[in-house]
Design a protein around this ligand. Sequence first.
Ligand SMILES: [Zn+2]
Length: 356
Amino acid sequence: MLEELNIANLLPHQVEKLIKELTLLLNQQEKSSNVIYEIVKNEKNIVCCPICNSCNVVKNGHTKKGIQTYKCKDCDKRFNDLSNTIFHHTHLTYKQLVKFFECMRDKFSIRKTAKLVSISVTTAFTLRHKILDVLRKIRENIKLHGRVEVDEYYISINLKGTKQENMPRFSKPRKSNGNGKRGINSHKVCVESAIDEYDNTFLEIVGNGPITSEMAKNSLTPKLQNVSELITDCKSSYESVAKENNWNLIQIKSGTYTNEDGDSLANINSLHSGLEVFLSHFHGVSTNHLQGYLDWYMFDKYLNYTTEILEQVEVIEKNTINKTSNITYSNVYNNYSGLDYNVIYSDYNYHANSST
Ligand SMILES: [Zn+2]
């Protein structure tokens, strides 16, 4: 209809009428949650079973809301176009969804987001972590090449949000000065970090305490390809991984900014200072969910490199709206850090509170 209409030829009162009608239409669409369904449906090329991944599926009627349902011929389960997408079990309208993405772009806290979008804190928390789970899958496919700077980022363990039954219980420290651990100790999360000459980044929780050769090897070997130079500080932990992979290792002496050849760790240092600022928006991120925030930081950096601020919400939508996540209301509070707090705090006579 609009293609036939030459807007330039309309008279002022006709333009006004058109604006009124379009605004009304937009309002109706924004209030409906079916718009989200229409977008997801349009972006889907093939339908596969979210339970067993088989694409051997048949159409099987519609839900009350008119959403297409399917039956998987391999595992016999029924599902619909929204099953396991980030909107599964949410009743957001399109307007609320866009507001939610805006809050993510602006790095608002969960509480502030919940208030602005008019949803519960639990819904905001779960939806955020579904989206971070989608960003994790994007990160997993990124490889780093060429000149790569590598260093670690250490951050104190934060037990915020750990479920009561999983919360370890402190006994009094055995030593009177037990709280006086300083520097890089076992109560710090070790985040292996890398940035290549194309600004691809990598931030991954690899354990607790100072980095070991094993941690460096397990995290870097699968992520780095065709490395021309691996630039690190003087830690010996990087020697074996560089040797095994035939990477040319350049180590910068501590206290010096660059070596004689002009190599430096400037890019990785600025990645770390950016991360500090990013995390400060959230007033203490729980270690259980830290990896999600690291993935978000990397996605945010990518967004800022590639996309004007006004178009960022659209890009977030495009990258997440028809993607699936296994995060649900019941598993969202699990510990996704890969760290075992009972082992880490064993010297504090610290043990899981499982009997209550
Ligand atoms: Zn199936």
